[in-house]
Design a protein around this ligand. Structure first.
Ligand code: DX5
Ligand code: ZN
Length: 234
């Protein structure tokens, strides 16, 4: 008699890379109950957005690779790390070691943008580049070809709960046009003031990944709020 074939463990869900994607930002979550906050995220559909701030590039100060490692331990979802730190080149690979699937650096924060993007690429993470509201679209153009993600900030980076800047939709439209003209592959993410109504507006402009802190974690039922956001961007 032959032994029955072992039943394989359920495969981990493939990380979603096809838009639209909702990305709840843990910046607005209760860090004393991080696992509970992360339990609303569906690894097959959503990303988890982690905002790293250094009290230098932005006035606020949040967390580093230690907490990203904790996030990695409690969720199988795609971990989307947004570095709002000065000169991220040297520390970026530490976030990959902690479990980041994607690392986004700010164009305004890098001593050498191309070298920083190369360091992120070499770490094995997907590569993102972010632009602040006052940074012109044209500043990003020469780095776009090899990017996996372009993050168009729709508030000044630093804090959750600010108002969505609708005039950033021109940059989103420019990003869509550039990508098709140059056969690039980056996804277009928006971050700041995203709630169901502003997400719909950004989606109409061509945005594909929707970061939301306040509109998910400061709602009475974050699980329902995330479902409403997913519905708005469909
Ligand atoms: C702001 C951060 C955002 C923040 C967004 O600098 O990059 O990711 O969590 O928060 P809301 O969705 O509340 O505007
Ligand atoms: Zn962010």
């Amino acid at each position: 008699m032959t032994n029955p074939a072992p039943v394989p463990a359920a495969p981990a869900p493939a990380h979603p890379l096809t838009p639209p994607i909702a990305a709840p930002s843990i910046l607005s979550a209760d860090f004393s109950r991080l696992a509970e906050a992360l339990s609303i995220v569906d690894p097959a559909r959503d990303w988890v957005h982690c905002d790293v701030m250094d009290n230098h590039f932005v006035p606020n100060l949040t967390f580093g690779p230690l907490i990203v490692g904790a996030v990695r331990k409690v969720t199988r979802a795609f971990v989307d790390v947004h570095l709002m730190i000065t000169e991220p080149e040297r520390i970026a690979p530490e976030f990959r070691k902690a479990g980041a699937d994607q690392i986004t650096v700010h164009i305004e924060a890098c001593a050498d943008v191309a070298r920083t993007l190369a360091a992120v690429r070499a770490s094995g993470a997907r590569v993102g580049l972010a632009i602040k509201p006052k940074t012109p679209w044209s500043a990003a153009e020469r780095y776009l070809e090899d990017l996996d993600l372009l993050l168009v900030m729709t508030v000044e980076p630093g804090f959750g709960g600010q108002a969505f800047m609708a005039d950033m939709m021109d940059k989103v439209r420019a990003a869509v046009a550039w990508r098709s003209a140059h056969r690039a592959r980056y996804l277009i993410e928006v971050d700041g003031g995203i709630a169901p109504d502003t997400a719909r507006e950004a989606r109409a402009a061509g945005a594909e990944v929707f970061v939301a802190g306040n509109a998910v974690y400061n709602e009475r039922d974050p699980h329902v709020a995330l479902a409403v956001l997913r519905q708005a961007i469909r």
